[in-house]
Design a protein around this ligand. Structure first.
Ligand code: ATP
Length: 326
């Protein structure tokens, strides 16, 4: 393999707090190791349309504390076709970029894997998603910040829920993964979390009602992962209104505010470590791997494992929530 001289960085898919800290870490570590760095704007879309700028250390000054991504992000259907990826590869050659660091979620790393295999390109991925749904890493960049945002919001909703003695269904992000809902519920002392991972095993709402929630309380809070499998907070609230009209039910959908905000110290440190590790991985001739963290150690996770495997939830957390919400 020809020696790598220039590394391209892009952020793709949903934005996550800490992506900027990761861009900074990749840029600075790469320059420290003697590489040239190029920032690719708007994810795979900008790779196809050649929205690429050389990055010096000062391009990433003063960004570690910023939410979102200075490189912008996008979703790109064209990259899902072999013609689109050929265009992207032609741009890489023209820009003399020899390796890529892709920061994004499941979809972005799937695209990265296909691209790397098709063109025999060294690509390293960083798990940038608030959902924490990538296998092989204990946590992802942005997850801790989103969890803290959820905690602050739910604490505020609890004030009004208690005053009016209401039952609140609060919908949080998570698509196919209940990490935000489950840990958000524990962190806020909520009564329950309705998550996709156990939806086929138990009727979580029925279980909640049967266990007699609100027995000794003057308000109840249930966190719901926004997933077609759980049905979402609105559908669950309708069911309760029909079946248990005695409850004064309200819904709050936290939505996009969960993606924003300055990253927590945890996410800044995680992104900094992972960004530096991405450059180490390229120096070690690694390719087609995602940087992960396991037991506080950096690990390399093959894309095939990170993407294909479902990350299991920790059942102990479910039991803890059940025990603490009596
Ligand atoms: P999040 O989890 O935060 O939504 P994500 O990275 O999973 O982020 P997606 O919208 O699923 O976000 O994917 C982002 C982009 O990755 C897509 O717009 C597309 O350009 C690329 N991508 C996804 N799947 C594929 C695929 N099968 N082949 C090629 N490219 C893909």
């Amino acid at each position: 393999m020809a020696a790598i001289k220039c590394i391209g960085i892009l952020t793709s898919g949903g934005d996550a707090p800490g992506m900027n800290a990761a861009i900074r870490a990749v840029t600075r570590s790469a320059i420290f190791s003697g590489f040239k760095v190029k920032g690719i704007y708007r994810g795979f879309k900008g790779l196809i349309t050649d929205e690429i700028v050389e990055f010096k250390t000062q391009n990433v000054s003063n960004i570690i504390q910023l939410g979102g991504t200075i490189l912008k992000t996008a979703r790109c259907k064209e990259f899902e076709t072999s013609e689109g990826r050929q265009l992207a590869f032609d741009v890489l050659r023209r820009e003399e970029i020899d390796a890529l660091v892709v920061i994004g979620g499941d979809g972005s790393l799937t695209g990265a894997r296909i691209f790397a295999t098709e063109f025999n390109l060294p690509i390293v991925g960083l798990p940038g998603t608030i959902d924490n749904d990538l296998y092989g890493t204990d946590t992802t960049i942005g997850y801790d910040t989103a969890l803290n945002t959820i905690m602050e919001c739910v604490d505020k909703i609890r004030d009004t829920a208690t005053s009016h003695e209401r039952l609140f269904f609060i919908e949080v992000m998570g698509r196919d993964a209940g990490f935000l809902a489950l840990n958000g519920a524990i962190a806020t002392g909520a009564e329950a979390a309705i998550i996709p991972e156990i939806s086929t095993e138990v009727d979580q709402l029925e279980e909640l009602i049967k266990s007699g929630f609100r027995k000794s309380k003057n308000s109840s809070i249930v966190l719901v992962a926004e997933s077609p499998i759980t049905g979402g907070a609105l559908a669950l609230s309708e069911r309760v209104k029909n079946e248990y009209p005695q409850y004064d039910v309200r819904v709050s959908i936290l939505g996009h505010l969960q993606r924003g905000g300055s990253p927590t110290a945890h996410d800044r440190i995680l992104a900094s470590r992972m960004g530096a590790a991405a450059v180490d991985a390229l120096l070690e001739d690694q390719r087609n791997v995602m940087i992960g963290i396991a037991n506080d150690e950096i690990v390399y996770v093959p894309f095939s494992k990170a993407i294909k495997n479902d990350k299991p939830i920790n059942r102990d957390l479910l039991n803890t929530l059940r025990r603490l919400s009596i």
